[in-house]
Design a protein around this ligand. Sequence first.
Ligand code: HEM
Length: 471
Amino acid sequence: MDNISKLQEALTWANLAVLLAVYFASLIFYRLFWTLFPNSPAYYDLVQNGQYTFKIVDLHKKYGPIIRISPYELHVIDPAFFEKLFRQDGRWDKYAWVYKAFFVEGATICTASHELHKARRQPLNQFFSKTKVAARQGIIDHNITKFCGRVSQFSGKTVKVRDALSALARDISCEFILDKTYGNLDQEDFNIAITKMIQDGAGFIWRVSKHLRQESEEDSKNLLSISTTSSPVELPSRTIVHEIVDSKLPPEEKKLARVHDDVTTISSAGFETTASVLRLVLFHIYNNQEILRQLRAEIDTVMEASLFNDEKLEVKKLEQFPYLTSVIMEGMRLSPAIGSRMARIAPDRDLFYGNFRIPAGTPVGMTIILMHTDETLYPAPLSFNPDRWMDLEERKKMEKTYAPFSRGTRMCLGMYLAWAQMYLIVARVVHLFDFDFKGIEPADFEMVSDQFVIGTKGNAVLNGLVTLRKA
Ligand code: HEM
């Protein structure tokens, strides 16, 4: 019997069924268990709770600046590659596998395709522009006033600054985006459940909590119906829902489910991102009397003028203070919101890293926090040192590889809103209050796990004795 006849004989339906059964059983085993075996990415991420980022660092030490970190994905640790990967020109997809895990496929932030993302983002750009943020600074101002009022009530006692700052960031974000406050600052415990849900809940910052989805679904529905039926005269302040409805996006992009995905993700992207930078910055300011002194020397005059002469405290005025700017930049260097690698895909062309050719369609990622704590760029990288930003020439050089808001087509949409909050909040808090953060250490703010956001040793707790500043 020749080989072909033997093969034909073996290819019975029964044999094929057995082969298929074995194939699917192995696949199920592989998907469920093999990936959890020690040394697999899922093992470090799931069993060891967000340790893969550190394993990637070890792998780079062993194998060089470009490595394969899964069967499908590459990682680069060389800062010089950053500006080649995070760009405005060219087509850049996101790695769909990562963002599908958030279960908000209609959200701009989770849109993998370059073209669809561009179409979805276009109507939102203007809403978050620097000019629009400046025009609506009142929203930030009156929420800070409320925050300061609440913190003053604790004078002489311990206040939970983590909780209060989270509530402030949430109230500003929701009011700016939906023209509605959810009153987190009014709540006795600053609605800490939401902060915890975002921090602990599977570690996903942009995993939108059920709470926010439910509350905002009704609002999205109302806004959608108002913006499609009312005359412009009757419209309340514009919200992102109005921007989407009035855009050139096709009708299916304006359906409630899609719009609501954007409402929830965009507002929640502004919660713990901004709050965690502010916590780190305020801790370091009050932990180092020299930083506090220099900051106050710089801002006190303008703060007095705004308090007593009714001069509006504008962000553009605060931006001119070099030390205040350096303090905020240093805060964002150490807390650039995301602790995970961010992969980009060039769908239509090969990329090159030195002599390595990266085939079109390959997800290749970099991790901003690793770049921001690279000791070849920042000596003593884990120490909070605003002075490293004070020399403008040096700053310019460092800005090439400084990217707390990422870069390129997927750069943070809320960047100007975040900057404005940070300037105004730091200036007002430092001018009004003294804090004693006894028992809290700089190491409490260091990254110890990748929770998509930065998981810190101290879990962002920032309890401190607050007093009103003596004149
Ligand atoms: C200090 C505060 C903030 C930091 C450090 C930060 C950082 C980032 C980073 C690194 C990304 C890129 C994420 C990725 O590639 O997947 C991003 C995207 C984004 N951020 Fe922020 N963010 C901050 C505040 C905000 C605020 C206040 C908002 C809005 C209220 C916001 C809304 C967004 C949105 C919508 C995206 C997705 C943009 C897109 O895919 O087109 N962020 N942010």
